[in-house]
Design a protein around this ligand. Sequence first.
Ligand code: SF4
Ligand code: SF4
Length: 301
Amino acid sequence: MLTAQYIKEKALEYGADAVGIGDVRLFAGTMKQRDPLQILPHAKCVVGCAFRVPRALYECMEKNTQFFNYTQLGVKFIDEDLAEIFLLKMAALIEDEGYDACVQRNISNLKIKGDHTTNPELLDTYELVHAEAVAEGKPVPDVIMDFNQTAQICGLGRAGMSGHLLVPELGPFVRLVFIVTDAPLECDKAFEGSICDGCGECERACPGHAIGPDGTDTWQCSVYYRGAHKSNPFMTDEFLKDEPDREKILNGDVRFDRESARRIFPKLDFLPSRPTRYAPCLCGRLCDLACYRHLKKAKLI
Ligand code: SF4
Ligand code: SF4
């Protein structure tokens, strides 16, 4: 018989670092385009799993010794290889017991219609602007769950002021996958309270001033994530040399939106990115590093 305990044991055995199971009823009121019941209408729960990203990948970026490994191993490999193998193995295990398993990995470069944000980790992100519902009452495809909301319902953690999920023990150094299933598994409680204490360390650490009271401005982040700042070790005197606002841009004092960010993207070409379509991280994710250190010091994780 498929039990929550068995699923959790297998998830840990297959490589997850944290597992939780969320009751699908807790998604009541969620917009259709984010609702797991639109993916599997007879679903009973969502299995949520977090993979740790090694701390040293962030520390090497901080020391200016290695940047490419974070992008390749900490982002791309976990989301595209590890997560997929893991999900397919978990799905087989659930299907062998006669249940459905709708696997959900990070849809890195797609945004639901109406979501105008971006994912700084990709060279660019596509909003499904032309998608239409096939019938009245149906969601506009693709349905893409809100990973932070789902992680909270699964009891894994909760997003902090930075908008990044914070998980006990791991802090912000995590990547997520989910499985929507009709298996009648015992569910965990949704994550209560908050790990984030509003210290503001993430905001102060960002070289692009991308974090504020409303979380992370993803377009601002996308410009500084890929290196438009003085702490980028690959910066050259040639970069934006004819741009009157060069100094302000390098200091993080210019605000970028979707159009102006996309205009400057081609100039932010400091490390190879074309083969993978992932933008190399040249801010060192200092927001998350500062957050992790603060949470450890304050004994909040
Ligand atoms: S430190 Fe980097 S990842 Fe964090 S908000 Fe700033 S630009 Fe984005
Ligand atoms: S650095 Fe502080 S304010 Fe920012 S997310 Fe972490 S705990 Fe919250």
